[in-house]
Write a protein that binds this ligand. Sequence first.
Ligand code: GLA
Length: 400
Amino acid sequence: MTSITQLRMVLVLILGLAPLNSGCAPDPADPPPQSKNPASQPPGAKTGGELAVSQKEVATDPEGKPVVLFQLSNSHGMQVEVISWGAIVLAIRVPDRDNHFDNVTLGFEKVEGYFEPGPYFGAICGRYSNRIADGAFSIGDQKFQLATNNDPNHLHGGDRGFNRRAWTGKTVQKDGAVGVALQLVSPDGEENYPGTLTVDVTYWLTENSELEIEYKATSDKPTVLNLTNHCYWNLAGAGNGTILDHQLTLDCDRYLPVSDTLIPTGGKTDVAGSPMDFTSAQPIGSRIQQVKGGYDHCYVINAADGSLRPVAEIHDPGSGRVMEILTTEPGIQFYTGNFLDGAAKNGGYPLNGGFCLECQHFPDSPNQPDFPSTLLKPGETYSQTTVHRFSVRTDQPKKN
Ligand code: GLA
């Protein structure tokens, strides 16, 4: 990084950003910073200020600790907001084909909304995201019984997962990106999981209009771990109807069939010829009525080998917005917001008001020897990288 860039970063940190919004509530009406550098923009993107990051305390959590809001922006005007509580992504503002910026990830209006159990908006889920059958697993001869908070199974870390913990955070920077590095130390026995676990999650906003999520974790005893980010997306803008018109492509020829309580039954089923098939672009809603309860399934990523590979593309024909997802993980849970019901505790969003594509290992892996292992031993480092890349397509007229 050049010294000029470093100087700019320091100034940004001292002076703060142009206000993104007054509080934490995403406000789509907020304009992005003004254009300075019109070069190398993705189509349709307005230029913004410099690559910038700032932080401020915005609330006090139920333990009396400060909740810190981190605001990231790039020179195209893309903005990302993250809070230390739950390592939650509050808002992501990206342009549509007419350069109108909207927040495309669902969330609560007030930070306090995230203190109660909820739909995991924007959060890092752990220790074990997704389900463990009956909350039970063994490591060697030792049996562990976790909370069965999604009766009869364990879900997203238990009664109080990583989504409702106070993380610590600091601003970071590298060439072409600014970020926030968050850390959580989960004590041995927390939620009945073994081992003191140290988790580091860094959210980067890049000049290529990507949200890049880097995860690392270590444990001092053998434990199980499956981390994911639980953003709900609506590329038309959060609160702007359903996602049933969004076109989804998944590089997945197979998915994991599940029981009535959403535990994989073992084996992998071909998607070909079924409503599960998104190997070519399909509207999310075109066959959803044929899937009992809506989509809530883990897809098997083709040829996953631990390297970063493209797995999903979502296009909203109405706005022209496109999101691509790349990941190092073997699975991607596709969930169509089936439990959203308009209730305030669920953010007021309607059924199918957002979708999740959660990159992760397979559900119930600790009990399924044929699945890629989720065991983390002392001396090993868990690592995951997942990238959300935003752009716009101009090949279809805007719907009225
Ligand atoms: C995951 C699960 C869903 C649901 C949501 C949270 O995506 O697969 O069944 O529990 O989290 O509401």
